[in-house]
Design a protein around this ligand. Structure first.
Ligand code: FHN
Length: 430
């Protein structure tokens, strides 16, 4: 059982305020798009090398096909910022497959030296992020590396019969010293400001090995944040399970990595897309519980983002465009004692935001105690009438009255200006 002995804190205000970021999983696996020699993977597509047991010498050949003629970093970053409302991007500089999506000098298995395209994808992305003031984070698989004899390899999820992997027989420290550390140094010295390193799946890493990575990162860029998955509880923030939303407000900085369908890397057969409404509700929940939402898009091999991803992210972006004040820079609230089927709250000092997800006749909030100064529709500032009263049972009750036109609508946000710094949610009592 994990022992939690400190509250993770990035010390970085931009990260606490950001709330919503774009994860990009892009690598050679996008070429296979979930299928290798007629066999489809049922697992997340970026794992196809491991899941379908593709030999290194075979998988490597994919690099010769990598031709991202539709990738436009400038357009992508602009879209993420302006249309999708994202405040940071985390890009897979090297995933478990071991392939560097940048020009690495310490491993020829990289996007410049091993492909016909010869483009330093990370350089293009970093330039665009710096141009648009988008914070850039880099995913780096520090433990699993299926291309290297000494990198770790997960034993699970094998669809084919193969002998179990003996990670103990591998010289992980050798891999750490000869690939991970030199590559981290390249990433943190060659691409300008890197705001976050997103380590993942630490597996058998010792505390000392996690510390070696952290010290290196901080020595090169002291403000660079380290994800929770550096292992040994040494990250600057907590990374939740993939697609797992903490049920309650959670102390310290935290982030939820999540998919739009059931995969991170592109899979041509995965059409299990989440609805934009579900994404909005999740984002609001995460904000009310104090976290950040890192939502993934997996480009195709040619660099284009699947149209459905764009459509969903645009719709969520529209909500943020109108109601972003109730999302960005919000802080976690206390526990409201009732489960509301129509909405969720977020907050900033002296303001409580009521995100409404269903048509309602009025917004009744029992056990909310607050001296309300004003209530208004966030998207246009129009004032709304409200009542602050006590029920016959003696519980506090605030009700925002809604005009007829608004009663038929859903997915809007109402702001309550209150005298108190934070609303008081009264506990249930007998
Ligand atoms: O194995 C990876 C997976 O491919 C993906 O990158 C996710 C993102 O959080 N992290 C690992 C599984 O948790």
């Amino acid at each position: 059982m994990k022992k939690i002995d400190r509250i993770p804190d990035t010390g970085q205000q931009w990260y606490k305020d950001a709330k919503y970021g774009l994860f990009i999983h892009w690598g050679l696996y996008a070429i296979l798009a979930g299928e290798y020699k007629g066999q489809k993977t049922d697992h997340i597509s970026e794992w196809i090398m491991n899941t379908l047991n593709i030999p290194v010498e075979e998988y490597e050949k994919l690099a010769g096909e990598f031709c991202p003629e539709r990738f436009c970093a400038d357009g992508l970053v602009r879209m993420a910022k302006e249309s999708w409302g994202m405040k940071y991007i985390v890009f897979t500089s090297k995933h478990h497959e071991g392939f560097a999506m940048y020009h690495s000098k310490c491993s020829p298995y990289n996007v410049v030296d091993a492909t016909p395209c010869g483009r330093d994808i990370l350089k293009e992305l970093a330039d665009a992020c710096h141009k648009y003031g988008m914070k850039l984070g880099l995913y780096y698989s520090q433990a699993q590396d299926w291309h290297e004899p000494d990198g770790y390899m997960a034993n699970t999820m094998m669809e084919n019969e193969k002998p179990p992997v003996d990670n103990d027989a591998r010289d992980f420290q050798h891999y750490l010293d000869n690939k991970v550390k030199p590559q981290l140094k390249e990433l943190l010295t060659g691409y300008g400001e890197i705001s976050l390193i997103w380590f993942d799946t630490p597996m058998g890493m010792t505390r000392e090995q996690s510390m070696e990575c952290i010290s290196l990162v901080k020595s090169l860029q002291p403000d660079c944040i380290i994800s929770g998955r550096i292992g040994n509880q040494l990250g600057d923030y907590t990374t939740t399970g993939d697609n797992f939303i903490p049920r309650l407000p959670f102390d310290g900085d935290w982030e939820l990595p999540a998919t739009l369908n059931d995969t991170w890397g592109y899979n041509k057969d995965d059409n299990n897309w989440k609805e934009p409404e579900q994404i909005i509700r999740t984002l609001v929940k995460i904000c009310s519980r104090g976290g950040n939402y890192l939502l993934n898009a997996g480009p195709r091999a040619d660099g284009s983002i699947p149209e459905k991803s764009v459509e969903i992210l645009n719709a969520v972006g529209q909500y943020l465009h109108e109601n972003g004040e109730g999302i960005y820079e919000t802080q976690k609230l206390g526990i409201y004692p009732y489960e509301l089927d129509w909405g969720e709250f977020t907050g900033k000092p002296h303001r409580m935001f009521i995100h409404v997800f269903k048509p309602c006749k009025g917004l009744g909030m029992m056990n909310l105690s607050a001296n309300v100064k004003k209530a208004y529709l966030l998207r246009d500032g129009s004032e709304l009438a409200y009542k602050v009263e006590e029920t016959c049972e003696g519980d506090s009750m605030v009700t925002v009255e809604l005009p007829q036109g608004l009663r038929k609508q859903a997915y809007y946000c109402v702001c309550l200006e209150i005298e108190e710094e934070w609303p008081v949610f009264e506990p249930l009592r007998g």
